[in-house]
Design a protein around this ligand. Structure first.
Ligand code: URP
Ligand code: ZN
Ligand code: ZN
Length: 464
């Protein structure tokens, strides 16, 4: 692979912002300093006026995922390609252990889904649905395979939910093997009772998805998850945190020195519950869990990001087409496949509404979209960093580029955008993955199957 010199750019990492050139040798970064000579480089990329940032790391995606009788609309090819257009060069997706089966079966299934398709590097978390007789051994086995994190559900009874004993056993195992438990924290039993009452009263429209999943049901589960993690002596990571109530629980724990971490998603920072009231069933486009909250939660989440009570912004990208998938719940909101698309727009939205609007420094932007997820999920400093030895996963970011988000132009394989009509300033111009230019000026230059599986290290280190 040729040597590449990126010249005249401004290198932005989670730590600092400096005028420097970046020399890439093969797949890795060789040197970072100003005034690197161009002779000897096979290719020179002029980054005048651009930020050179580590490629985005999206630690929460669902590609080709079965859910509610259908499958998420992006597979590993279309999903990672769309991610690359938006400047994300690493994803961590979720394999799902089917009840009564071994985790290795799920890992094999998800490797096959990615094989020949992934355009960027990817890791896998394992969703644990059943510890059975061999579950704890399976967890250790997964850690050896680089699956250094597990997701457990406190919601969706009879489908994905596990009981507190299972959660506690899994947490205790990670206290030994160094993996990280990611928690979908909502009290599923309580929610199911509220849902049954709503349906009995004939409340079937999309808005009832949000009204039957109150913020307190999220906060209660976050509190319980953290308490169980404390008893087990393990760290815990709350996924897709959506509300002020839940954030309060994380903040309180962190203030006591507990290794509790949490992510939120662009949809919770920028959209609110009113979206679910859109006419003609269009509210279904915004049905995912936890649901969108009243607008007053949004500034609290931004504050959480600023103050490091929230460490990461992921997408929870889980797209279902409106026309033939969301429609499954036309007469009953519980049958609407849960999930929304966003893998392509995370950096654009966070840059525009975070950096441009003064909510985030440039360095904090890099930290929450790349460096922190790389660290927490055992990929740092290979990913999430611009330093000698790191993978040359880089985004050349044009802060002056105007971009209109729309389903008409996006690259996700889904027929709507949750952020339709949002006009942002700042976008990826050139994207490199392990030294290879995979996106340039709106053109995809990568190739399906070039993305590699990432064996992630247990004890990412963020809590040590
Ligand atoms: O509604 C959502 N979030 N769908 C994806 C699965 C999950 O819970 O993350
Ligand atoms: Zn979840
Ligand atoms: Zn998810």
């Amino acid at each position: 692979m040729p040597n590449t010199l990126i010249q005249n750019g401004t290198v932005v990492t989670a730590r600092d912002t400096v005028r420097a050139d970046v020399l890439i040798e093969g797949e890795r970064i060789r040197e970072v300093r100003s005034g690197l000579p161009a002779d000897g480089a096979d290719r020179v990329i002029d980054a005048t006026g651009l930020y050179v940032m580590p490629g985005g790391v999206d630690a929460h995606t669902h590609l080709d995922m079965p859910f509610g009788g259908t499958t998420s609309a992006d597979d590993f090819e279309t999903g990672t390609r769309a991610a690359a257009f938006g400047g994300t060069t690493t994803i961590v997706d979720f394999a799902i252990q089917a009840r009564g089966t071994r985790m290795r079966d799920a890992l094999d299934t998800w490797w096959k889904k990615a094989e020949g398709r992934a355009c960027t590097d990817f890791g896998l978390h394992m969703i644990v649905t059943d510890l059975g007789h061999a579950g704890l051994e399976d967890m250790d086995d997964m850690v050896r395979e680089g699956v250094a994190s597990f997701k457990l559900f406190m919601a969706y009874p009879n489908v994905l939910m596990v009981d507190d004993a299972t959660i506690f056993k899994a947490l205790s195992q990670t206290a030994k093997n160094g993996a990280l438990i990611c928690m979908h924290a909502e009290n599923g039993s309580v929610i199911d009772v509220i849902v049954a009452r709503a349906l009995a009263e004939g409340k079937t429209a999309p808005i009832y998805h949000a009204l039957t999943r109150p913020p307190r049901a999220e906060a209660e589960a976050v509190h319980r998850a953290i308490a169980m993690a404390e008893i087990a002596g393990a760290p815990v990571y709350i996924v897709h945190l959506s509300s002020e109530d839940a954030l309060h629980e994380v903040r309180e724990a962190r203030d006591r020195g507990v290794p509790a971490f949490a992510e939120t998603c662009p949809q919770y920072l920028l959209l609110s519950i009113e979206e679910l009231e859109r006419p003609n069933f269009e509210g279904a486009k915004y049905v995912f869990t936890p649901p969108l909250r009243p607008k007053n939660h949004q500034p609290k989440l931004w504050d959480g990001l600023k103050d490091d009570h929230l460490q990461v912004v992921s997408t929870d990208h889980c797209p279902f087409c409106f026309a033939d998938q969301k429609i499954l719940g036309k007469d009953d909101f519980t049958k609407i496949p849960n999930g929304g698309p966003g893998i392509e727009n995370r950096l654009q939205l966070l840059y525009h509404y975070g950096v441009n609007q003064g909510q985030l420094s440039l360095n904090r932007f890099v930290e929450i979209t790349s460096t922190a997820p790389a660290r927490i999920f055992g990929m740092y400093p290979r990913k999430g960093e611009i330093a000698p030895g790191s993978d040359a996963d880089l985004v050349l970011w044009d802060p002056a580029s105007d971009y209109l988000i729309s389903a008409a132009t996006h690259h996700m394989r889904v027929d709507y955008s949750m952020f339709e009509g949002f006009r942002v300033r700042g976008n990826a111009r050139t994207v490199l993955s392990r030294g290879e230019v995979i996106v340039d000026g709106g053109q995809f230059l990568g190739r399906p199957g070039r993305g590699q599986y990432l064996k992630r290290a247990a004890r990412g280190g963020a809590w040590q």
